[in-house]
Design a protein around this ligand. Structure first.
Ligand code: B12
Ligand code: SF4
Length: 440
């Protein structure tokens, strides 16, 4: 065995704008932990999203003495994460360090190239590669592993798409579930996305191939949590409705179960091009009251440019159908796409107000590494006004500040104005909802 004791650290920052603490455990580390349990690999978890600070990480290493420390990294505040890693290296020179998560999947070898303190990285899924690493499989045979040869060259091994059915779902036995302030549990029933919406990193994260768990395993997981006292389940898939037959099957299995007050939310959003009456009815039958759609824009010109793969007409039809079927509907829009004009933004505002939805949200477009938008910025005469590290380091602040200037679209001032105006639309929808619930 190469590593006998592994400490896994979830790195969370309040500057991400998501509040002081996390309200449910990190699913990715949950899957990794479950797999390590299956393989009898000794490990512990520390989650800085539950109020633990960096000092707690150092203390735990000092006290528990792991020989491998793994960090789960988002791009959010990545410079700070690298400082944390440097501090661990300084204080514990003999500990080996491995990183994984969205930041590593999108940056690849750059993560190790830029950081001599990091010993290994894992691109995309971590369960099996990490178990191989701990168990002593030779480095060149670990799929997706980034490592250094004796001559110091950084190498990334080929990836392997794993069968997700072979991965047990997280039971969080190594987590302190009571430190998350929620009475709901979040689950993931599929991985990967074959679409290439230009603002989204998804295909570079867990792969372009959509892989869904079997209906039986999804329902087993829901039933497991229901029996543990969690009647509220959040499904966070990016593409839950990708396979219509699977969806209908899951719905059918749930309705056969005795889970009376089961309340499922499709938090991740349903792709508009999959919505039809049959799908929505199946979703409703399985106990879903709340559904969200990533509409992105009310302008066909923009939807085409961002390769969203649907039209405004399709969006209208899907929203109307969902509202008419009694779902609580939430719509997501983005402001600041290249070539977007104030006229396009007005169309998004109109669409946001057109139906009796419960909530709308407008996001300032932040270009991520590995997205079509970032390529577009690099290839066209567009300028990033802040460095990637800068805007990734303060999501809260950059929610309202445009981060790039591009020819042919809105000026910086217009983008900022559109973002300010979106607050009025959000308020109008909120007021309308409040009035409506008073009437009821
Ligand atoms: C759930 C979720 C959240 C939850 C997190 C809750 C929690 N308890 O952790 C909440 C709502 C709080 C949240 C907040 C934010 N999120 Co979020 N979130 C997600 C979401 C929808 C699902 C994550 C997930 O569970 N995936 C499923 C698991 C199986 O995959 P995974 O987490 O990637 O883990 C696998 C691998 O990455 C790897 N791995 C992970 N960690 C490690 C560690 C080691 C050592 C190894 C070896 C491997 C490894 O192995 C895991 C198992 O295979 C993703 C989208 C997505 N589909 O991934 C976005 C996503 C991760 N979030 C994102 C963002 C931007 C944010 C926010 C900044 C949002 C904001 N404020 O606008 C904040 C940042 C919070 C922070 N960490 O500081 C981005 C990150 C982009 C990036 N490059 O970093 C994503 C990818 C969405 C997107 N496409 O934009 N988020
Ligand atoms: S926005 Fe949704 S459909 Fe488009 S690439 Fe991202 S996850 Fe896939």
């Amino acid at each position: 065995m190469r590593f006998k004791k592994t400490l896994l650290v979830n790195v969370y920052y309040q500057e991400s704008g998501y509040g002081e603490k996390l309200n449910f455990p990190p699913i990715g580390l949950g899957y990794i932990s479950e797999y390590l349990h299956k393989e009898n690999i000794q490990h512990e978890i520390i989650d800085t999203g539950t109020g633990s600070g960096f000092e707690d990480v150092y203390d735990r290493i000092q006290y528990w003495k792991p020989d491998l420390v793994g960090f789960s990294l988002n791009s959010t505040c990545f410079p700070k994460s690298f400082t944390l890693i440097e501090n661990v290296r300084k204080q514990f020179p003999n500990v080996k360090i491995v990183v994984g998560g969205p930041h590593v999947s999108t940056e690849g070898v750059k993560c190790l190239g830029d950081n001599i303190e990091i010993d290994y990285g894992v691109i995309k899924e971590g369960e099996i590669p990490l178990a191989y690493l701990c168990n002593g499989v030779s480095l060149e045979n670990i799929p997706g592993l980034i490592w250094r040869t004796d001559s110091g060259e950084v190498i990334a091994n080929n990836l392997q798409m794993f069968e997700i059915e072979d991965l047990p779902f997280p039971r969080y036995n190594s987590f302190d579930l009571s430190s998350y302030y929620t009475d709901s549990i979040s689950i993931i029933t599929s991985r990967g996305c074959p679409f290439l919406c230009t603002f989204c990193q998804q295909s570079s994260l867990l792969g372009k191939k959509w892989r869904g768990r079997t209906p039986q395993s999804v329902v087993d997981e829901i039933e497991y949590w229901y029996c543990q006292g969690y009647s509220s389940i959040h499904i966070l898939d990016d593409n839950f409705a990708f396979d219509k037959e699977r969806l209908i099957h899951i719905s059918g299995l749930i309705t056969q179960k005795e889970m009376k007050d089961l309340d499922i939310s499709l938090v991740g959003g349903v792709r508009i091009s999959y919505v039809n009456r049959e799908t929505l009815l199946a979703i409703k039958r399985m106990g879903v009251r709340y559904i969200s759609f990533g509409v992105e824009s009310g302008s066909d010109k923009i939807l085409k440019l961002i390769r969203k793969g649907c039209t405004v007409k399709q969006a209208e039809k899907a929203i109307k159908m969902a509202v008419d079927l009694g779902f609580s509907v939430r719509l997501f829009f983005i402001i600041g796409m290249p070539l977007e004009t104030m006229e396009d933004v007005s169309k998004s505002f109109e669409l946001a107000l057109r139906f009796n939805v419960d909530e709308v949200r407008f996001f300032n477009l932040m270009p991520y590494e590995g997205t079509g938008i970032m390529d577009w910025i690099n290839e066209n005469d567009a300028t990033l006004l802040y460095s990637y590290a800068e805007y990734m380091s303060d999501f809260k602040k950059f929610k309202q500040i445009p981060v790039f200037d591009s020819p042919g679209g809105m000026s910086i001032e217009e983008k900022a104005k559109a973002l300010r105006m979106s607050k009025e639309i959000i308020n109008t929808v909120e007021e309308r909802r409040a009035e409506h619930s008073q009437r009821i």
